[in-house]
Design a protein around this ligand. Structure first.
Ligand SMILES: Nc1nc2c(ncn2[C@@H]2O[C@H](COP(=O)(O)OP(=O)(O)OP(=O)(O)O)[C@@H](O)[C@H]2O)c(=O)[nH]1
Ligand SMILES: [Mg+2]
Length: 463
């Protein structure tokens, strides 16, 4: 990717296809001059003020399209350069002809993400915000959208900068002590300072917990349906996803392969998998299915335990409960149309220790359902979002950010540990410097061309 800022770039900013409008964007020092070469309006754009609209025609040898030109003057534009955005007619031809005209007049075709790259290089956005632009464009659910908007607004960046400053202060203090004690030999870091370093690590870690959810928001929170054979798992699965996806039969051991479907709830994506009923079996194929069910459970964030609530709990139920201990579980007391033999509290106590409150209690919900009447299906979906702990908001949805933050946290942990162990200040300083540079990389204050290349090549062209 070119990091040169001296040429003028152009690209179609809208998606191809039939539409009312398309937008072609030009940015750079010659943007207005290049636009003027092909723009036929009331007056040349060169003399116009920024943030103004101009109606006219674009023409080379012949007229190409009727357009409205939006003019932005540096630094008050998306890229902080001079920018002209032509709104032309949508469809496959107009925008392409307009772009061809601009390229023939001296603009260079922009690479993917190059407009946003320029905004970053000119300091209008930091790297977290730039990545939020790509996330916003790619958002597939409301929660992804909210998270991207919040990062674009700079909330995460502000918090990270605050921690970065605290970290720089701590490092300066450690270094001052080291310098001061040069002749004396090694110097310990006082407990108060070690505690402060630990606190910075803690504040950063809180964002990492959100990172797992960020991944889930993009790919769908993995949910697995488990239970005894014939409990009605596939029937409930079909109801939850609103489609006859899995085969239902009154023979136990019907489902073998894992069947998955995605649904959106409370602005989050859930990928729900139906699996084979859990039991001892001599059937080889069924045993493979059961092994897959166990694997799916391992990979899941939430389990839906389908339990036939119309008959008493048995040892197989207790074995499944033991397998689910400590997990986020939505219990469907299923076949409710047949009667309610198992009580909600009865099954709850199998999963949640008596008297548990807070997170442990909130991670389990019990709902009565019936695939015959459809009762409880909506309630189950609401409970699913709740049990998943779905709190939209500040989350790190970008792998790079999570990864960089993880190295900062690890370095801070090491700094706090060696500090607490009374190791010399130099060693603490070494770890703090590593954490600092990770945070700088997170915000894009210190980045290699390689990293920029990786970040911006994921963008679409015209952004
Ligand atoms: N009365 C009643 N019957 C149900 C309900 N849900 C499922 N069934 C019946 O229970 C039997 C088993 O249903 P499935 O959905 O195949 O059960 P499963 O848990 O997927 O079974 P396996 O795949 O064999 O583990 C079928 O005969 C269903 O019609 C329900 O809510 N009420
Ligand atoms: Mg089944």
């Amino acid at each position: 990717m070119s990091f040169a800022l001296d040429d003028t770039i152009a690209a179609i900013a809208t998606a191809p296809g039939e539409a009312g409008l398309a937008v072609v964007r030009v940015s750079g020092t010659s943007a207005i001059a290049i636009a003027d070469r092909v723009f036929r309006g009331g007056a040349p754009l060169t003399g116009a003020a920024g943030n103004t609209l101009h109606h006219g025609w674009l023409a080379g040898d012949a007229r190409v399209d009727e357009v409205v030109a939006a003019l932005f003057r540096a630094p008050r534009s998306y890229t902080r350069e001079d920018v002209v955005e032509f709104s032309c007619h949508g469809g496959s031809m107009p925008a392409r002809s307009v772009l061809a005209l601009l390229l023939a007049s001296g603009a260079r075709l922009a690479r993917p993400g190059e407009f946003t790259l320029r905004a970053f290089l000119h300091g209008r956005l930091d790297l977290v915000q730039a990545e939020a632009v790509a996330e916003l464009i790619g958002a597939r659910s409301e929660s992804m959208q909210r998270a991207a908007l919040s990062r674009l607004g700079g909330q995460l960046s502000r918090e990270m900068r605050a921690q970065l400053e605290a970290l720089a202060d701590a490092l300066a203090e450690v270094e001052a002590r080291v310098d001061f004690a040069e002749d004396v030999g090694g110097v310990e870091v006082p407990a108060e300072l070690v505690a402060r370093i630990g606190a910075i690590g803690g504040a950063l870690r809180a964002h990492l917990r959100g990172a797992a959810w960020g991944r889930a928001m993009r790919e769908g929170v993995p949910v697995v349906i488990v239970g005894q054979p014939n409990a009605g798992k596939s029937s409930l699965f079909n109801r939850l996803v609103g489609e006859d996806r899995a085969i239902v039969a009154d023979v136990p051991g019907t489902t073998r392969d894992r069947v998955s479907a995605t649904l959106e709830r409370e602005g989050a994506l859930f990928t729900i998998s139906d699996t084979a009923g859990l039991r001892e079996t001599s059937d080889g194929v069924e045993a493979l299915g059961i092994a897959r069910a166990h694997a799916a459970l391992e990979d899941s964030a939430v389990a839906i335990w389908v339990l036939d609530g119309s008959r008493a709990l048995d040892d197989a139920d207790r074995a499944i409960a033991a397998r689910l201990a400590g997990r986020r579980v939505l219990v469907a007391l299923h076949k409710a149309d047949r009667g309610e033999v198992v009580s909600e509290d009865g099954v709850r106590t199998l999963l949640v220790p008596a008297g548990a409150a807070g997170a442990a209690a909130e991670s389990v919900a019990v709902v009565r359902t019936s695939a015959v009447t459809g009762d409880g299906v909506e309630l189950a979906l609401d409970a699913l979002a709740r049990v998943a702990g779905f709190v939209a908001g500040e989350t790190l949805t970008v792998e790079r950010q999570a990864h960089t933050l993880e190295s900062a946290c690890a370095a801070l942990d090491r700094a706090a540990a060696v500090g607490a162990a009374g190791e010399p200040g130099e060693i603490v300083a070494l770890e703090l410097r590593e954490a600092l540079s990770a945070l700088e990389e997170l915000l894009g204050q210190r980045v290699s061309d390689d990293l920029l290349e990786r970040v911006f090549s994921r963008f679409c062209i015209g952004k």
